[in-house]
Write a protein of this length. Structure first.
Length: 270
């Protein structure tokens, strides 16, 4: 998941500031994407990313094998995100899957069609999907959450994920299996993208999300890098998959999220 140029790492360890800047730039995207999926709030993910990058940069000299720097950086990031005491704003809500289901059931309504605002509405619906899938993961404990993120969202092998989490492959598979069961059970019952019979639809959450201040048309809270997907088309594509693959496909449908946290670190290094 995190790939670093060993020559750049070697040069950075020897004090080359340009190489150190390059390493930081290579790290910022992967670390932020992991942090956002763990914390479900952009600002909290940016703060965590900055803390993780500082840890990695200040301890880069301890690496013995420059070729293994990416795996080591992932260990640092994973350890920080699982072990930090501070809860993100979404984690602080302490939602269980039942709490989350009850919230989703509130205020479902067909949105008003406005051709003039079709593009803005599509972005808002995409934002609802992103926010929902991220918040859903916080219903898992952190240890189960990161197992699920590494395995089913970032598609790491059991051995790679287990090494990142510094546990045995057997222990990792057990965590991933439990996390999959809990998330899959939830989305099969409540998510209309995955299950035809589920009542919740992203577009039906639009009115309530606007009323509650969760989204603002034209001002997305999440750093979306690509045009908004067609939720109806996504729904059709996911439902053609084998049942066991639908949940992971939903989670992986979120865009890659950009961040400028690395730029802040680089500025501080000057």
């Amino acid at each position: 998941m995190i790939h670093l140029d060993p020559d750049q790492v070697s040069a950075a360890r020897q004090g080359d500031r340009a190489a150190l800047a390059s390493v930081a730039q290579s790290l910022q995207g992967p670390v932020f994407r992991l942090a956002l999926r763990m914390l479900a709030h952009p600002a909290d993910a940016e703060d965590a990313t900055q803390e993780i990058l500082i840890q990695i940069i200040t301890h880069l000299g301890t690496i013995r094998d420059d070729r293994a720097a990416g795996g080591w950086a992932l260990k640092v990031a994973s350890r920080h995100l699982v072990g930090q005491r501070k809860r993100s704003r979404v984690e602080a809500m302490r939602m269980s899957f039942k709490d989350f289901a009850d919230d989703l059931d509130q205020g479902l309504a067909d949105p008003e069609d406005d051709p003039a605002d079709a593009a803005i509405t599509a972005i808002a619906i995409e934002e609802i999907k992103v926010g929902c899938t991220l918040a859903m993961l916080t219903c898992l404990s952190r240890t189960l959450r990161i197992a699920y993120v590494l395995g089913d969202i970032f598609e790491m092998s059991d051995s790679e994920a287990a090494e990142a989490l510094e546990i045995s492959a057997t222990a990792y598979r057990q965590r991933l299996s439990r996390a999959r069961q809990e998330v899959t059970r939830f989305v099969k019952t409540h998510c209309g993208i995955v299950a035809q019979t589920a009542a919740c639809r992203c577009e039906k959450r639009l009115t309530a999300a606007r009323a509650n201040g969760l989204i603002t048309l034209g001002a997305p809270a999440f750093p979306l890098t690509s045009p908004a997907c067609d939720i109806r088309d996504l729904r059709r594509r996911i439902r053609t998959l084998e049942e066991g693959r639908r949940t992971a496909a939903l989670m992986r449908s979120n865009p890659d999220f950009p961040t400028n946290v690395g730029d802040l670190i680089l500025e501080a290094m000057k």
